[in-house]
Design a protein around this ligand. Structure first.
Ligand code: GLU
Length: 274
């Protein structure tokens, strides 16, 4: 049974880029006759914005999204992340790290604390031991941050498994996280979902639209127009006569088109052309 999810961080209001990611995930689930969930990734408390979770959910409703189970808030799941970390500790797969940001100039963690804390250093974060390509690119990455907050990479993997997610559809900005997540799934004995990454919407300066850099929030008064734009971005080939359709009509058309053999360009990404 297909189970998909949209997992926003309540660090600000949704913008066009979030709408595209949510729409891609929703379409993929609905076209498959699957279950679609919303998970609120509200772990990073210093970055969480008051009221953002409520406004995100209200936006999603306004844009015609429906979800099939109660919203899961990651802030209620700390025990599960703790259990996963303990399991990895018991297996010797994680270690405490005493490096401060100043010690780490490189993107890749050089393994300074992998064989024990150097004298004079105190445990700050916990890192997972890596090998192969992940070791060469990001190195041993953080699962529990120095500020005591569980890292996104751990929480997302624990919750995708907990919610029995079969299909993750999200923005290509998260593509480089996927190998780390698959690696953690393997360590924790979880199944690996299928992944589809869709192109991200860029601002005029070429940067990804981001809640934190103040991308224009979605205007609920222009919901059908913005949904049109999002679906058009996904190359669904909307007919011109739907230009002024309401959100329900747009969704009905888009789900049929996405499920159908011809116009589902998105579903063809990554498939060999014949
Ligand atoms: N919470 C993450 C974000 O807003 C997305 C998580 C995911 O889809 O895996 O960027």
């Amino acid at each position: 049974m297909y189970r998909g999810r949209f997992a926003p961080s309540p660090t600000g209001p949704l913008h066009l880029g979030s709408l595209v990611a949510a729409a891609a995930s929703f379409l993929d689930a609905r076209a498959a006759g699957g279950v679609w969930l919303v998970r609120m990734e509200d772990l990073d408390t210093p970055r969480v914005q008051k009221g953002a979770a409520d406004s995100i959910l209200a936006d999603l409703e306004h844009f015609g999204f429906t979800w099939d189970e109660p919203v899961l808030f990651q802030s209620t799941r700390l025990g599960a992340y703790r259990d996963a970390l303990e399991k990895l500790k018991a297996e010797g797969m994680v270690y405490p790290c005493g490096c401060s940001r100043r010690d780490l100039l490189d993107e890749r963690y050089p393994g300074t604390c992998a064989h024990g804390l150097p004298p004079g250093k105190e445990a700050r974060a916990w890192r997972v031991r890596t090998s192969g390509e992940i070791a060469e690119t990001v190195g041993d990455f953080v699962l529990l941050r120095a500020d005591g907050i569980f890292a996104y990479q751990l929480a997302v993997v624990v919750d995708d498994a907990f919610q029995a997610i079969t299909d993750v559809v999200r923005g290509a900005d998260l593509l480089d996280s996927t190998p780390r997540q698959i690696y953690l799934q393997q360590l924790l004995g979880y199944p690996t979902p299928r992944y589809l990454h869709v192109p991200v919407v860029l601002a005029k300066d070429g940067q990804k639209l981001s809640k934190q850099t103040g991308a224009t929030p979605l205007d609920r008064g222009r919901a059908s127009e913005l949904l049109w734009t999002a679906l058009d971005f996904l190359l669904l080939g909307l007919p011109e006569d739907l230009r002024h359709a309401g959100v329900q009509e747009l969704w009905a058309w888009a789900i049929t088109a996405y499920a159908g053999p011809k116009s589902s360009c998105l579903a063809d990404f990554g498939q060999p052309s014949s």
